[in-house]
Design a protein around this ligand. Sequence first.
Ligand code: TYD
Length: 204
Amino acid sequence: MDRFISIEGCEGVGKSTQVKYLKEYLEATGQQAVFTREPGGTPVAEKIRDIILKEQMSELCEAHLFAAARIEHIKQVILPATSQGKLVVCDRFIDSSLAYQGYARGLGAEKIMEINDFAVKNCMPQCTVFIDMNPLNSWRKQKGKVIDDRMEEESAEFHLAVYEGFKKLVELYPERFICIVPQEDKLLTAESIVEALRTRGIIR
Ligand code: TYD
């Protein structure tokens, strides 16, 4: 869908920092954009987020809860903004479900697409920025980071599988994905993201 970008990546690869830099760039250049995140983005979806990240549950229940939160988010936030021509930037979206629940949890891409039928039909991102970094080079290595949710508590193997899942998605959808290998200097990474989005005519 036009004017809708998602940003994806494994835990601890600096995704939030890059979202923040992109926001600053758009503000500084006078480009209006709505920044949001998943799971979350609406009061109901934030409550679902708390349940997902705190409570033990089956893989299938987890996948459905992410999808349920996504439907609320699309209806309440994303579609109202894009229908007014606004640019929407979402920190994580359906590719996280495909990589985490589909690939790492083993439910499979087909099942995730089926559960996320509403998003697939109404709200696929025009473009997805993938911060391409192996989580084993970053994950749990952030100084002083408190591990406080169910996903972060998962094993190194799980996080590696998530990364493999994302890499497969990049291969499967080369037109949609922008793959950015982060550099040590975060500002240079931010510049590469801006440049790639400008080249595609999504931002100025
Ligand atoms: P969050 O604290 O937002 O993580 P991050 O800062 O890394 O984005 O927690 C969201 C967690 O939920 C994160 O581990 C990724 C996971 N997730 C899924 O497993 N499936 C999904 O569909 C989404 C949107 C997130």
